[in-house]
Design a protein around this ligand. Structure first.
Ligand code: BGC
Length: 244
């Protein structure tokens, strides 16, 4: 079965048709800049353009940076406030003309990694952490997802964790990899003390540079990069459409 996966990020919106049996992208992905202000209609319009460029008529799964309950976007940290309380499944479906199902972006990436990547066959507690404009989290136990966890907003030293430790924070504060690893280590240490997981998987665009900072971490729990790298968001978004 094929589903179009779309990953809505703070800087880009990416999409490609996915073979959900194998987790493969069936065509080269398309990336379009996220419209400034991150408002609903302009973002849905980009999804329509992506669907149109693949001449897509089937189901679409969309990873979105907010907790999603029954198709409704519940919160907005890095997108417009206008999303709060909106039936986003209905909006995307109306604008694209295809049946759209939203899922939190980190939950999507986590599902992809648990099914096809670094978390495959992991029996214990696995925490997927995506580093991008924000920090996304997805928690799995025995392969089951606890959806919509928002531990990127954990308060550490009086600040939202993602403000200090996201990939954007590294660029904004012009941190060396060593300094960034120190901040990220503190975040992981806090998560480790709260959840005692068996594995952390680190994803997001920064995962392609994982060799520059993961070896500098000093926590007990094993930390591995996402195997699907940035593709996890698209593949997982497609898998999310099956969970409706
Ligand atoms: C949002 C999460 C999202 C994460 C990664 C956070 O700011 O609240 O829902 O998963 O960013 O995009």
């Amino acid at each position: 079965m094929q589903i179009l996966g779309i990953d809505v990020g703070g800087s880009g919106i990416k999409g490609a048709p996915v073979d959900i049996k194998t987790g493969e992208l069936l065509e080269e992905r398309i990336r379009i800049k996220t419209p400034k202000q991150g408002e609903p209609e302009p973002i849905a319009e980009v999804a329509r353009q992506i669907a149109q460029s693949f001449n897509w008529k089937g189901p679409i799964g969309i990873g979105f940076p907010a907790p999603i309950k029954g198709g409704v976007t519940m919160m907005a940290a890095n997108v417009s406030e206008k999303w709060v309380g909106m039936n986003a499944d209905a909006l995307f479906s109306m604008i694209t003309g295809c049946e759209c199902t939203l899922i939190n972006d980190a939950d999507a990436a986590g599902l992809a990694e648990m099914t096809f990547g670094a978390g495959r066959g992991q029996p214990g507690t696995v925490i997927m952490i995506t580093l991008g404009t924000g920090i996304g989290t997805a928690i799995f136990h025995r392969g089951q997802l606890l959806p919509n966890t928002e531990f990127g907003h954990l308060e550490i030293d009086g600040l939202d964790a993602e403000y200090r430790s996201s990939a954007l924070a590294r660029e904004r504060d012009k941190l060396s990899w060593k300094k960034y690893a120190k901040r990220f280590n503190k975040y992981l240490k806090t998560m480790e003390n709260l959840f005692w997981p068996d594995l952390f998987i680190v994803g997001g665009g920064i995962s392609k540079d994982s060799q520059k900072f993961l070896p500098l971490l000093t926590i007990e729990t094993p930390v591995v990069p996402a195997q699907l790298l940035n593709g996890a968001g698209i593949v997982g978004a497609a898998l999310g459409a099956l969970r409706k």
